[in-house]
Design a protein around this ligand. Structure first.
Ligand SMILES: O=C1O[C@H](COP(=O)(O)O)[C@@H](O)[C@H](O)[C@H]1O
Length: 253
């Protein structure tokens, strides 16, 4: 791992623009180095933050972006729980991401087949790679320490072969989902967690200060050779005692 950076902002108003710059700067770097930018998105609170911040920027050229989902809920795209549905309604058409560059699940399939089908789609986009290497994965963390749809104590945490796994007993609704596995998350060139709000403070302390013994899935994210950022706000950081970065206005990562 290139080293973990824990970066704290007074609120999401200061965090958001730095996140947007991280996305566009990693996009430019990836396109210059290998001709495309592969981005994995999470759902939850990240969706509205990305929409607000990316739409506030001068329009980025997204013609070489390829978007996947770190996890997705097995519901139809018009269901408010669908992560793709939310991004499609709020963001994608507004930044001209080509439809062919958005890798969606087939929500009509049973969950195990849906995961296999999604894994095949990823393999086609990352041919010859045992585990897809995304340029950037944006992750969230629930108040129980889950990330993607990898929940505390679940057998999926031990998955070492599959790149996408089905889950049909998610403790957070909806119960049926598909998720990237840790080997994919930890193969990425850059991973950025975005975690805001006081409801995350206790678990965030355990995740960031609990060491290797931490039972929380988010604590297992440690890219093999990629960068790892934790972008958090003051309420989420309230219980931390580790040294953190507190960038000034206009900071870039
Ligand atoms: O269910 C999910 O939750 C996590 C965390 O969401 P947040 O709203 O607490 O930020 C999210 O990262 C994941 O994609 C989603 O499916």
């Amino acid at each position: 791992m290139a080293g973990r950076r824990v970066v704290v902002f007074p609120s999401s108003a200061e965090l958001g623009p730095v996140l947007a710059h991280l996305v566009t700067s990693r996009a430019e770097k990836a396109i210059a180095s290998h001709g495309r930018f592969t981005l994995g998105l999470s759902g939850g609170s990240l969706v509205s933050m990305l929409r607000k911040e990316l739409l506030a920027l001068p329009q980025p050229d997204c013609s070489k972006w390829v978007i996947g989902f770190c996890d997705e809920r097995l519901v139809s795209f018009d269901d408010p729980e669908s992560t793709f549905g939310l991004y499609q309604n709020q963001l994608f058409p507004k930044i001209n991401i080509p439809e062919s560059g958005i890798l969606t699940i087939d929500s009509s399939l049973p969950v195990a087949e849906c995961a296999e089908d999604y894994a095949c789609k990823l393999k086609q986009v990352f041919p010859g790679e045992e585990f897809p290497v995304f340029d950037l994965l944006l992750l969230g963390m629930g108040p129980d320490g889950h990330t993607c749809s990898l929940f505390p104590g679940h057998p999926l945490l031990e998955e070492t072969k599959k790149i996408v796994a089905p889950i049909s007993d998610s403790p957070k609704p909806p119960p049926q989902r598909v998720t990237m596995t840790f080997p994919v998350v930890n193969a990425a060139r850059c991973v950025a967690f975005v975690s805001t709000g006081g409801s995350k403070a206790t678990v965030l302390k355990e995740v960031l200060e609990g060491g290797k013994a931490s039972p929380y899935p988010a604590a297992r994210v440690a890219p093999t050779s990629g960068e790892l950022f934790w972008l958090i706000d003051d309420p989420a950081a309230a219980a931390l005692t580790i040294q953190v970065e507190r960038p000034g206005a206009g900071a870039k990562l």
